[in-house]
Design a protein around this ligand. Structure first.
Ligand SMILES: [Zn+2]
Ligand SMILES: [Zn+2]
Length: 348
């Protein structure tokens, strides 16, 4: 019997259409995965509101969890080398990388020369079912996959594919974190995930900063020792900082709050935001390291799923109950307040 695939196709601007096609037979190394829950990352909201460019028509969505329903062969392996079989519950990375170009070989597979991205490929191109806002998604061999333990809820597992894995990548970029004083600017899901990752990496203290005080309790539950709104006195000094807000003033403040020898990972600035006021003398004399982080490597996804065993329940609370595919356009046009992530169960 042929499986039908129903997808929400983005037509550009805030226009969408539900389309049904026959499921393709996976090719060598490919997987066909039934999506059980997809969460709505802010970058998809930016795409629909025009702040971020994307090809269309296309199927958006790049944070999801699901079950393998068909494999092209027996060759596919998870990041930790285990075979992938029909019936396996998995999360998958946001990038499809070749594994052989110079960037892939030096460990920058997220910036592969032949990069394709989950949820960002045209429906009429080489990877029509690339997005997670669909009953099924096709995962080419270059997409990292990781098994999800049964005890981890769908609502915790789905955002691991973008927010938590990216946060793990940002903390990895900070170098030595154990025993250090850490700060996190911006307590959206990315910043909250950074609190989880910093705590797991052994930070001595974790301070979360966000003007929206309603986000502070979640930060305290997820590993922060202290929370503050910017302006409540000068925060820090910190040895390691993750800037997850992308707000230019926050980037400047994060630099100001670094102690001598401090490391700053910028991960929130993913849309053009103008220049930032930083005196380079400060970076030089105070021996600062500033590093940009965008997407992540497969081992970060594996580590992110590992963190869900401890923090999964608290993370799942930040995700709203799922809507069906037909109601998703409204969510993408006007995200409701109250939860940091909306979600969709495409089978509905
Ligand atoms: Zn994302
Ligand atoms: Zn490559």
């Amino acid at each position: 019997m042929t499986t039908s695939v129903r997808s929400l196709v983005w037509l550009g601007a805030d226009r969408f259409e539900l389309r049904t096609v026959d499921a393709p037979t996976p090719g060598a190394g490919e997987l066909l995965v039934e999506v059980h829950l997809a969460t709505v990352c802010s970058s998809d909201l930016h795409t629909v509101t025009g702040r971020r460019l994307g090809p269309h028509p296309s199927v958006l969505g790049h944070e999801a969890v699901g079950r393998v329903v068909a494999t092209g062969d027996d060759e596919r392996r998870t990041v930790d080398g285990r075979p992938v079989r029909v019936g396996d519950r998995i999360v998958w990375g946001v990038t499809d990388s070749c594994g052989t170009c110079d960037r892939c070989r030096r460990g920058l597979s997220a910036k592969c020369r032949r990069l394709r991205k989950v949820g960002h490929e045209p429906s009429d191109g080489s990877w029509p079912l690339s997005g997670d806002y669909s009953t099924h998604v096709v995962l080419p061999p270059g997409v990292a996959v990781v098994h999800v333990p049964d005890e981890v809820a769908d609502a915790a597992a789905a955002p691991a594919a973008c927010a938590l894995a990216t946060a793990v990548g940002a903390v990895d970029a900070l170098g030595e974190v154990a025993g250090r004083r850490a700060g996190v600017w911006g307590l959206g899901l990315l910043g909250l995930s950074a609190c989880v990752a910093l705590r797991a990496a052994g930070a001595a203290t974790v301070t979360g900063l966000d003007p929206e005080t309603g986000r502070h309790p979640a930060a305290l539950r997820l590993g922060a020792d202290a929370v503050a709104a910017p302006g409540e006195g000068l925060p820090g000094p910190f040895d390691v900082v993750v800037e997850a807000s992308g707000v230019p003033a926050a980037v400047s403040a994060a630099v100001e709050a670094l102690d001598v020898g401090g490391h700053l990972a910028l991960v929130g600035s993913v849309a053009p935001a103008g220049n930032v006021d930083v005196d380079p003398e400060r970076l030089v004399r105070r021996l600062h390291t500033v590093v940009g982080v965008h997407n992540y490597e497969p081992h970060h996804l594996l580590a992110a799923v590992g963190l869900l065993r401890g923090s999964g329940d608290q993370l799942a609370e930040l995700v709203a109950p799922p809507v069906g595919l037909g109601d998703l356009p409204e969510v993408l046009r006007a995200p409701a307040e109250g939860h940091l992530r909306r979600s969709v169960d495409p089978r509905r």
